[in-house]
Design a protein around this ligand. Sequence first.
Ligand SMILES: Nc1ncnc2c1ncn2[C@@H]1O[C@H](COP(=O)(O)OP(=O)(O)O)[C@@H](O)[C@H]1O
Ligand SMILES: [Mg+2]
Length: 344
Amino acid sequence: MSGRADRPRVLLLCGGRSAEHDVSLASARSLLGETAGRLDWRPQVIDRDGTWLSAAASARRLAGEAPTRNDAGAAPVFDPALLDDVDVVFPLLHGPYGEDGRIQGALDVLGVRYVGSGVHGSAVGMDKPTMKAVFAAAGLPQVAYAGVTRDAWRRAPSEVDERLDALGWPVFVKPANLGSSIGIARADRRDARAAALSAAFAYDRRVIVEQAFVDGRELEVAVLGLDEPEVSVVGEIRFATEFYDYDTKYTMGRARLDVPADLPSDVADACRDLARHAFLAADAAGLARVDLFWSPERDELVVNEINTMPGFTATSMYPRLWAASGLPYPDLAARLVDLALVDR
Ligand SMILES: Nc1ncnc2c1ncn2[C@@H]1O[C@H](COP(=O)(O)OP(=O)(O)O)[C@@H](O)[C@H]1O
Ligand SMILES: [Mg+2]
């Protein structure tokens, strides 16, 4: 790490193997556009098949050009030479392979600093059954849930049905390790739950079934820091669909982000407190967005999940929450890089 230039040299990993490839590229374009003078970026696009593109092909892809045969000169795997003149890596990758500890582990082995959570925090945040167990151990309020394996569902479906019936109705069925609402369904009856289980098992060996939080408002808090993290104002996601599914998330105009959310101040404080605890319980670092449900009728607040690499376009919730909390986008990006360089 000797001879670091004034402007940190940052390898920006984007794209990636998950379904959130395009979200990652959009986030990367925002980051490069808004912070060009502040940080010395080296953009590195990872293709959907896991191929690491060349620098030239990465630039073309980020400029919005379709893949060409020129992209074939790319490295098939991680080339450690990419890290030679780099101070920090920003793994701006969502979902499996990018947000779940795998790339973080590779970077640890290579001895390079990176933005965001380490192997453990990333893995806890990505794996829903583990995340819920960790939150439960920390005493954080959540909906009731149960895990099911594909093997148990094949071998003894009636036993699984009986066990899951204890959760009541409706329920949400989710693959253990995904994101962007992919493979998630809501079910009101046994046959719908069975169909949802089969669909979720197409994505993952492990599935989680949880009580639906009815009449809830979806609130989100941005967390920033290390052992004494800061929390942002609270935001709210509003939409007309049954839940915040893939199309609602990524079709322009389907969801509205209210920043800050119109909430009683004691509820907003409780949200921020819960978000801070969730961040620490998961052993997250750098940044995370914590998503909550709140029922005004029951005055009940629960944590839904933590995302250790939230969407990062200028209009994404995480940067908007910080902008509304007094930290503009370019300063936020620079803070994240600084946090990656802190010795803990
Ligand atoms: N227990 C629940 N009660 C009510 N709505 C839920 C519940 N779980 C998930 N949802 C809905 O499904 C969406 C996606 O679920 P989530 O657990 O956040 O998965 P992902 O990691 O894919 O974002 C949530 O934003 C919410 O709209
Ligand atoms: Mg979510």
